[in-house]
Design a protein around this ligand. Sequence first.
Ligand SMILES: *[C@@H]1O[C@H](CO)[C@@H](O)[C@H](O)[C@H]1NC(C)=O
Ligand SMILES: *[C@@H]1O[C@H](CO)[C@@H](O)[C@H](O)[C@H]1NC(C)=O
Ligand SMILES: *[C@@H]1O[C@H](CO)[C@@H](O)[C@H](O)[C@H]1NC(C)=O
Ligand SMILES: [Zn+2]
Length: 441
Amino acid sequence: MKVHLILLMLLIATEKIHSSRYRRSADPLAYKNYLTKANAILERVPLIDGHNDLPWTLRNYAKNQVGILNITDLTNVEPWASSPSSHTDVIRLRQGKVGAQFWAAYVGCTTQYKDAVTRTWEQIDVVHRLVNANPDTFEFVTSAQGIEDAFRRGKIGSLIGVEGGHSIDSSLSVLRMMYDMGVRYMTLTHACPTPWADNSQLDNAGGVPVSNGLSAFGKIVVKEMNRLGMLLDLSHISRKTMKDALETSVAPVIFSHSSAYAVCNNTRNVPDDVLRLVAQKKGVVMVNFYSDFVTCGISKATIEDVANHMDHIRNVAGSDYIGIGADYNDVSKYPDLFSLLLSRGWTENELEKVAGLNLLRVFREAEAVRNQMAANGVKPFDDWIPQTDMPAESQPCNTGDYGNKTNPIVGNAAVRIQLSSFSFITLILYYVIPWFSLSPK
Ligand SMILES: *[C@@H]1O[C@H](CO)[C@@H](O)[C@H](O)[C@H]1NC(C)=O
Ligand SMILES: *[C@@H]1O[C@H](CO)[C@@H](O)[C@H](O)[C@H]1NC(C)=O
Ligand SMILES: *[C@@H]1O[C@H](CO)[C@@H](O)[C@H](O)[C@H]1NC(C)=O
Ligand SMILES: [Zn+2]
């Protein structure tokens, strides 16, 4: 009896969490039918989510000590349990039928010109260790094929995206090394401009552009990302930076976690003219679930609100250019969202593309661009950012060692050259000439 009562209460509580206008009003049989179809879609193709901040909570709540943390069920583990911004654990990833996840290697803008690179390495490291500590759930992958292979093995393909260009400290060397450690996208900025790209906040009233989009060096960063096969993520950047990046990039681009500006006019979202450009370039906008970007913070975002953004992007750009980048971090709701979209007339074929096939297409195309550039003999870009592009605030933490100092080795080398020419003349004068004059005619 007691058990039954508890079960009933649990049921009511769960229903409360899951309830939405759609579920209350819809015909339960029709809903069940849609849910069955939605689950089947997510079993056929991997659902690839573009953005998840679990690594950031690992840093803040556990000092990145993933070795001793059991992430199976964090619903009762504080501070995750009461955190408004973390709803990811293994049980919920499996409930949501997540096939692959881009984990965000994010460190805040306060690290810019200070310890951004070190802190970013720590976040890249924690993703690797999270995957290694949970081998039954995760598999580290770095390619489109890798996502598909892991999915077939029942593993959640785990990728890394670096969220914010400040993380490379304006150095293409750092960018390349991060690629080598598995980073497969970089968001060009976070909530601050870098010395080479403007961020979305500069589009707010009173914002003043710094680079007016991408600087000349910013365009080289884009080309180097194309050469490496690292996806460009245009979430968080200003409208002009979006357009510059779309124009400069040879490979298609992604928005890893952004919704439609026409539906909610937050500058983190994508305006219609840019949606059309993304479609022209065959990229993908991975729709965000975060209330500030979905309902402009007016109400808590529901799956209906998210579906409204998706309907809009489908009308403006087409369903070939839509993906999922929840950011919301409640990874368990994807089957519900896909059921709702089926009820709104989206086809199963469209939803397979939205779940993951669109992202796989973009990823494969970026890999093809990388291979083509290699075949064309394009060498690594070895430009350094012009010192004049660096703002004054970058100076206190810089040594000023930019490779333009007189190097003592050069001095020594000059001495060596003098010595060797001296020996050469000596050789001629003392050995070669006498040998000629002495030799019999
Ligand atoms: C982790 O927690 C789950 C339940 O939340 C439990 O079933 C599992 O045994 C735990 N794993 C380890 C290694 O302790
Ligand atoms: C955004 O939309 C709200 C409500 O429609 C409006 O009050 C506000 O002025 C808009 N902001 C901008 C920047 O267009
Ligand atoms: C090297 O560049 C820095 C930054 O522009 C400058 O301050 C410094 O004087 C330069 N050093 C030399 C030896 O030219
Ligand atoms: Zn973000």
